[in-house]
Design a protein around this ligand. Structure first.
Ligand code: ADP
Length: 252
């Protein structure tokens, strides 16, 4: 009873912090969008480069808003467990789709991406949209918390009866006091909140749910100031040689 009360109290506190944090997070981009639009309407923005600058500002802030809304909606829908038909998926294809989803983020941040996929990986079972989103959240974090290094690596390899996909960065790392909590919904690291790095605290919680739905898990190793490595483990399955060839061809 004591443990579950403590857990409920902690969740209530996190939810309060989330509501306070998210109100601020939503207000900031809205203020930027509305004042940029006002300046454009008033005709105080002159010349093509200036208009382009304002356009870019509005586009980036709208993207940030959309990203936050999507995470909140995904979290809300995840509360009602979904039923889905798992299908065989090629890990290389998941990695490439996640990188494609993050393409504009990667391009705008100027991050160098290293991609190392072991050849002939076994397939995994799951829902591709969910697993792509899982990897995308890790990639987005590696960029957001990647610091000055502007580097990330995504690796996939087979180990015992599973496939591992690691997303690594040389960024700010996670404080050891934060490590046990970062996969909890609404939790944000102490340093990132005070450094005003934006977020909802839902990305890792969603990523873990998506991995678990596919029968897998996520682990993390991190050294503050040096970087982090998030590893998704997904159970591998054996498929017929023909099916494997078909999946590899789709990936190529
Ligand atoms: P958000 O990024 O919106 O805060 P997440 O659930 O994605 O929410 O992450 C929770 C916390 O985990 C972050 O606030 C941050 O402290 C920490 N974190 C996640 N990914 C990384 C990373 N690659 N490097 C350093 N810290 C990270």
């Amino acid at each position: 009873i004591v443990v579950s009360t403590q857990r409920a109290q902690r969740l209530a506190r996190l939810q309060m912090e989330f509501v306070a944090g998210i109100s601020h997070e939503l207000r900031t981009p809205l203020t930027v969008i509305s004042s940029a639009a006002q300046n454009l309407t008033d005709g105080v923005v002159e010349g093509k480069p200036q208009v382009k600058l304002y356009g870019t500002l509005i586009r980036n802030e709208s993207r940030r808003l959309t990203g936050m809304m999507e995470q909140i909606l995904q979290f809300a829908s995840g509360q009602n467990k979904r039923a889905y038909e798992p299908v065989p998926l090629a890990p290389a294809e998941l990695v490439d789709n996640a990188l494609a989803l993050a393409a504009s983020l990667i391009q705008e941040s100027g991050v160098t991406v290293e991609r190392e996929i072991e050849p002939d990986l076994p397939v995994v079972m799951g829902e591709s949209g969910a697993l792509i989103q899982c990897l995308h959240n890790l990639i987005a974090n590696a960029i957001k918390y990647g610091g000055e290094a502007k580097w990330l690596r995504i690796r996939a390899w087979a180990e015992s009866d599973s496939v591992r996909i690691a997303v690594e960065d040389h960024g700010i790392g996670v404080a050891s006091s934060d490590l046990p909590h970062i996969f909890d919904a609404f939790y944000r690291g102490s340093a990132v909140a005070s450094a005003q790095i934006h977020g909802t605290g839902l990305g890792l919680s969603l990523a873990r749910n998506f991995a678990q739905e596919a029968g897998g898990s996520i682990s993390v190793e991190s050294v503050p100031g040096q970087g982090s490595s998030f590893v998704v483990r997904l159970p591998a399955i054996r498929v017929s040689a023909a099916e494997h060839v078909r999946l590899s061809e789709r990936t190529a």
